[in-house]
Design a protein around this ligand. Sequence first.
Ligand code: AR6
Length: 175
Amino acid sequence: MEPAKLTVVKGDITKIAADAIVNAANSSLMGGGGVDGAIHRKGGPKILDECRDIVARQGGLATGEAVITTAGKLPAKYVIHTVGPVWRGGNDGEPGLLRNCYLNSLDLANKYQVVSVAFPGISTGIYGYPKADAAKVAVETVTEHLHKLTGIREVLFVCFDEESERIYRELIPGR
Ligand code: AR6
């Protein structure tokens, strides 16, 4: 079988019609700024209702973990919510925690028979993770893990700004 495709896209993840888009949430799962704010604003209240049910069942989400909801009014089918690490200089386990975000999100996508999944640059906004370092973790983790998940055929890295796009295109030549 052809290996799954890695694609770099510049734009707004809320407009991407992938089977699943990933949200850079916080442990409350109750929304916030950045991409989280945009997803809840454009997706409508159904996503927050489902997040509230998840929190009622299992409590808040630990850093590196992931949960899934439907996508409300968004063009995607699912939103996978994960909590990235807050950057504290890099010696506080940040790379491993960020790696877990990608691993757990991919595992959940695979479990829900998702064929295409789109990631934002988790932790690289409000949480302050340096963009180039985070992109390296993202691409390495996805590349390593994807061959174990044969259902997923495409992973999109959605870049909100030109700097991120340039970084990802250097890491994934030709995409
Ligand atoms: N589409 C794609 N990427 C986006 C979008 C968008 N619509 N909006 C922002 N980005 P951030 P974090 C990029 O701050 O750093 C929230 O309040 C942005 O340029 O959204 O993980 C949560 O509730 C950056 O590269 O997430 C948490 O409290 C990347 O998405 C906290 O922020 C992530 O930036 C999480 O912080």
